[in-house]
Design a binder for this molecule. Structure first.
Ligand code: DAH
Length: 343
């Protein structure tokens, strides 16, 4: 083939190569050892000496042009291939994603965490204790001596003479007092399971969760208790809620109060939930009895403290309109999943 033809047909072949493979075939056809350009170089032998340099130069020029054209075409094809690939790999954002099935929290746990969060925000620490407890901390240190009739009110599961399943989180209160005495201020919230020999029905359970609150320091008054519980009532049942104190009696507090919150269902007007009173009882509270502080090791008689104990199931039942306390424990998914939206 003439050098000029090689040039023309080479450039043409490069132009029309539609894939990188075809382009490579062209490269082999023109530039390889047996390719057209190598062959045309063979013709040089038969040329007169003075024509050889010029011929060699021309062959080199053609080779260079073909190489440049090959390079350009290769880049063009690679670019096109990349675009094609990107088109294929395009992410369809409208495709449905993979669904991960996630569980939901038991509303009892949710309420417990919510209460803990509220008190943590107010600077309290969360303290837990053991469910198997000594009579000493469950009763005696709570100012309920041996043979006191108050013990019978809390039907107790005894393990032996001195050991029992705690009947209230006040046992965590007395242990915490002993642990920290005489340091102040003491601000703790104590969640935990408690046990009583009750027959289970819609409103009773032999096992339930309580939340004890305790503050000890200088100048702590009933007004502090009221302010604190007022915030608690609003956080649990809405900003419009108010609370009231009614006189009551507990061995471990003096004075003692029963705390009611204005009914969140009827706004205090009276309905079946609040038994037409406009008020719902939510917890017991009071000023820590001086004996309790003294027995735990707080000897400074000018110190005061408040305490309260709430049933967490009761709060959750009121808040969400749950009618059977047993619903919390049987873990029926249909029940639990209803509370997903509150998480
Ligand atoms: N321990 C009481 C109960 O189980 C609840 C309680 C009432 C706890 C008043 C307190 C309190 O700390 O001050 O019924």
């Amino acid at each position: 083939m003439e050098l000029k033809d090689i040039m023309n047909s080479g450039i043409e072949a490069i132009k029309s190569a539609s894939t990188l493979d075809k382009l490579n075939d062209v490269r082999i056809e023109y530039l390889s050892k047996k390719g057209h350009l190598t062959q045309v170089m063979g013709q040089m032998k038969s040329l007169p000496n003075e024509e050889k340099p010029l011929f060699g130069k021309k062959v080199n020029e053609v080779k260079q042009e073909i190489e440049v054209a090959l390079k350009e075409k290769q880049e063009e094809l690679q670019e096109a291939q990349l675009l094609e690939q990107m088109k294929e790999d395009k992410i369809d954002v409208s495709m449905p994603g993979v669904q991960f099935v996630s569980g939901s929290q038991n509303p009892l746990v949710m309420i417990q965490r919510e209460i803990e969060d509220l008190f943590r925000e107010m600077g309290y620490s969360v303290v837990e204790g053991d469910e198997i407890e000594l009579d000493l901390y469950n009763f005696e240190r709570a100012n309920i001596p041996q043979d006191h009739p108050a013990r019978e009110m809390q039907d107790t599961f005894y393990i032996d003479e001195h050991t029992l399943l705690r009947t209230h989180t006040t046992a965590i209160q007395t242990r915490t007092l002993e642990h920290f005495a005489p340091s102040i201020p003491l601000k703790v919230i104590c969640p935990g399971k408690v046990y009583r020999r009750d027959d289970d029905d819609a409103t009773h359970s032999h096992q339930f969760v309580q939340m004890e609150g305790l503050v000890v320091g200088h100048g702590i008054t009933l007004a502090d208790l009221k302010g604190t519980l007022s915030l608690f009532g609003k956080r649990m049942f809405g900003d419009k809620r108010v609370i009231r104190f009614r006189p009551s009696y507990f061995q471990f507090t003096e004075p003692s109060v029963e705390v009611d919150v204005s009914c969140h269902i009827c706004d205090g007007k009276g309905c079946s939930v609040c038994k037409q009173t406009g008020w719902i009882e939510i917890l017991g509270a009071g000023m820590v009895h001086p004996n309790v502080l003294k027995d735990a090791g707080y000897e400074d008689e000018t110190l005061t403290g408040f305490a309260f104990g709430a049933g967490v199931e009761r709060i959750a039942m009121l808040k969400y309109g749950i009618e059977d306390i047993r619903s919390f424990y049987i873990n029926d998914k249909r029940f639990i999943e209803q509370f997903k939206r509150f998480e």
